[in-house]
Ligand binder design. Structure first.
Ligand SMILES: [Zn+2]
Length: 274
């Protein structure tokens, strides 16, 4: 997943620098490219928000630039309250049609919810484990369901790209369409983040439930001549267990978690920073 390009910060673009690489929305769903984009995908899944709610009257939302975090406590600086799981702040802007965001992607969402429940339930066990046994998560159907889980994250990454006004790579669309069972140019891995776990334990010691949902800032590379994305990376965390993806144009044979029954759980610091 490492890429020497990203170590040279002088080449980094941000904010207005990226304007000429963005595409204006044609108002169509990025997946089927035929029906109107009327529905908003959740940045943070509703079931995860409900899971965090517990007895709290609200959750807290923190955002700085591309950095999006939800906390379930109220002791942190400039945060805003989320009073319901349907809050728009927890969603991407509209980019999918009703069918694609509903019926077509329902199996992906279902497999994600099963995975998420397992992670919330066995988080402390997963912390000590070197891998996650997908047949324990999904039973005998693990092979097909883990592929659906990968499609959930591929869909999430595509919504994130469109939210930032970039075009979705065709390879992601082919993967979601089922034309291939391997998204070769996107590396997706499962990891655990010691810093977040440490922080959570510290807060718990002073009586604050600081478990949270977190999306790492998205980072990408662009082609100046073709005016398009050439790489894109981010990560989604349920508390200290996360899924990190790195799409790179032209990459081959990425060794992603869904190819294995017992995918490795990487330590965050062993993965590239971005
Ligand atoms: Zn559609």
């Amino acid at each position: 997943m490492s890429d020497p390009l990203w170590s040279d910060r002088s080449t980094w673009l941000r904010g207005d620098d990226l304007e000429s690489y963005r595409v204006t929305s044609d108002g169509l769903c990025w997946w089927c490219q035929s029906a109107a984009a009327t529905t908003r995908e959740h940045k943070f899944k509703r079931t995860d928000l409900d899971q965090m709610w517990g007895d709290s009257a609200y959750l807290l939302w923190g955002s700085s630039g591309d950095n999006r975090t939800i906390w379930d406590s109220e002791s942190f600086g400039r945060l805003s309250k989320i009073r319901g799981a349907k809050s728009d702040v927890a969603k991407f802007k509209p980019s999918m049609c009703l069918t694609c965001n509903g019926k077509r992607s329902q199996p992906f969402d279902d497999s994600y919810v099963t995975f998420s429940r397992y992670v919330w339930q066995y988080m402390d066990t997963l912390w000590k484990a070197g891998n996650i046994n997908m047949s324990e998560v999904y039973g005998n159907e693990w092979k097909s369901r883990v592929l659906e889980l990968a499609k959930y994250f591929a869909k999430h990454s595509a919504c994130s790209m469109v939210d930032a006004d970039f075009k979705v790579p065709q390879s992601i669309i082919e993967f979601l369409n089922g034309n291939t069972d391997r998204l070769e140019d996107m590396h997706i891995v499962i990891f655990k983040d010691p810093q977040i776990r440490h922080y959570r334990r510290q807060m718990r010691a002073v009586g604050v439930a600081a478990g949270g949902l977190h999306i790492e800032p998205a980072v990408g590379t662009v082609s100046p001549s073709r005016k398009c994305l050439t790489a894109y990376s981010s990560a989604y965390l349920l508390d200290f267990i996360g899924v990190k993806y790195y799409w790179k144009e032209g990459a081959k044979a990425s060794d992603s978690f869904y190819l294995h029954q017992k995918p490795h759980i990487y330590r965050r610091e062993k993965l590239p920073l971005i």
